[in-house]
Design a binder for this molecule. Sequence first.
Ligand code: ADP
Ligand code: MG
Length: 209
Amino acid sequence: MLTSNEVKEMLINIADMYIEKKEELSKYDSVIGDGDHGITMARGAKAAKEKLISMEEGTCREYFKAYGRTLVSTLGGAIGPLFGSIFIELSKACKGTETFDINELSDGIIDAEIKVCDLGGAKVGDKTMVDAIHPTAEALLKSKEAGDDLKAAIKKAVEAANLGVQATIPLIAKRGRSKYLQEKAIGHQDAGATSFYYFIKEMDKYINR
Ligand code: ADP
Ligand code: MG
């Protein structure tokens, strides 16, 4: 279980991680996309970190919402609303609680998958972040039903997200690309799926610190 101050600290760590992984994440996007994914995530992270630091006090709900809203408002294109909705759904899952625990984590990620699929229209196997979100949501639902605590649940979630990223490697990219570019993606992991995996991995690093 995390307090609201711990959630804030964890979100700042997540922002620092995206700033650090700027080049690596852009590299994954450069094979098939325009090579800006890491730059975009780092720009959003920098703005979100500033916003979080400026908040003197807040609830778990407000801290997740601050990160998500900042992504939506500072990032153009589809990625702002898509990635922002992950934080916003986690925020909604914290409604009425002072702490962040297994139920908030699992409900938030399960709802994030629904929201991302709704917004972007991608399905599992289209080589997008959904390929990492889906197995993570499944693992978290299992953990919740099995009565795992937050530490155990996030550990299993990291493994599931990693497998989801690995599964994108042999896939053709389906969303908004020419046939030539779709096939060029084979053999490379998806950038957005990798970003989601790093998000879960950074949460695990904090929760199991
Ligand atoms: P852009 O495609 O606008 O340049 P980014 O490079 O920041 O945005 O992000 C690319 C990532 O966004 C992809 O690797 C993929 O995971 C994700 N993505 C793209 N389109 C969708 C979609 N419709 N649904 C879910 N995720 C998507
Ligand atoms: Mg891009």
